[in-house]
Design a protein around this ligand. Structure first.
Ligand SMILES: Cc1cc2nc3c(=O)[nH]c(=O)nc-3n(C[C@H](O)[C@H](O)[C@H](O)COP(=O)(O)O)c2cc1C
Length: 294
């Protein structure tokens, strides 16, 4: 997830439950192709994360092929093609979910990647543009083009996050393909994920992990004091990967998410927004946790 699922956060989630599979943030195939170092930095991962999937986006078969080859060389376990992102700049560039308006190009991209890498290739998309009428032809076409798995965020492009996800069209689509289908959207616990499964092969959890990677735990959620070691590891890994300045800037939103919901959190929010070092983070959160038993 863009802005979230960097290496440090993926390691945090894998620490909670080593059985999960994680994805990189979506990464521009054009950027990888041009070897832009900032883009390649996004694709760094730690061996403990395996199996980890690189997610790429774009609309150009040449850059998709080059990006796929680079992902393979980097040692990823799979390549996911983003055909679901609704962000304005992404859609205006005819990337992401815009490919649902151009099936032929989408299938050419899938085929190019599938033919030029030995890695499994998956596609992440949505129900459709404003309804799910093309979901079955799109997914059967993706399978025929060489996709090995499809993940459906069970909302259309035009539906905001507040709209409840609709899994019925996904169950129906699964009857028409023979590759694994993974469901996504609004899943807030492992139990809820199992409840929506029906004939699907798995589920993805996104936003419910923010501040709560323990959503992946098969045990009940730990107390704040017992969460601290992992939160500190998160900050440490982030700083190791990105340096103290960028690392402490980027950990701030995670720290706010970690304390969200605790009634006393308001008092430390502004401190968390200004953390400058790992020691600083430890001092604030140890002090905060002293008065919290849950
Ligand atoms: C901040 C944010 C960043 C996201 N970035 C990506 C991304 O890079 N690639 C992707 O496939 N989906 C991305 N998504 C969509 C999620 O993967 C997921 O499909 C969506 O949030 C619905 O699932 P959820 O309710 O479990 O979060 C993003 C969503 C959010 C809120």
């Amino acid at each position: 997830m863009d802005g979230y699922s960097d290496s440090a956060y993926r390691r945090v989630c894998k620490t909670v439950n080593p059985k999960i599979v994680t994805y990189t943030e979506f990464t521009s195939a054009d950027g990888i192709h041009h070897n832009a170092s900032r883009v390649l930095t996004k694709l760094r991962f730690h061996p403990d994360e395996q199996p980890v999937i690189a997610q790429i986006f774009g609309k150009n078969t040449e850059t998709f092929i080059k990006a796929a080859k680079i992902c393979e060389e980097l040692g990823f376990s799979g390549i996911d093609l983003n055909m679901g992102c609704p962000a304005k700049n992404v859609v205006q560039s005819e990337h992401g979910v815009a490919l649902r308006k151009n099936h032929d190009l989408a299938f050419r991209l899938i085929e190019s990647v599938a033919r030029n890498t030995n890695l499994p290739v998956s596609v992440k998309t949505r129900l459709g543009w404003c309804d799910s009428s093309d979901l079955i032809p799109f997914c059967t076409g993706a399978e025929n083009a060489g996709a090995n798995m499809i993940c459906i965020h069970a909302r259309t492009y035009t539906e905001p996050y507040q709209v409840a996800p609709q899994f019925e069209p996904v169950y129906e689509m699964k009857r028409h393909v023979s590759i694994p289908v993974v469901g996504n959207g609004g899943i807030n616990s492992l139990q809820q994920g199992h409840d929506i499964l029906h004939n699907l092969d798995g589920f993805l959890i996104g936003q419910a992990t923010f501040g709560n990677p323990w959503v992946f735990s098969e045990q009940s959620s730990p107390t704040l004091k017992n969460k601290l070691d992992l939160i500190f590891k998160h900050a440490e890994w982030m700083i190791d990967d990105k340096g103290e300045k960028k690392g402490t800037q980027e950990i701030r939103k995670h720290l706010l998410a970690y304390v969200k919901g605790y009634p006393q959190a308001k008092a430390i929010r502004s401190e968390l927004c200004h953390v400058q070092s790992l020691e600083n983070i430890k001092e604030i959160l140890l002090r905060f946790s002293e008065n919290i038993d849950t």
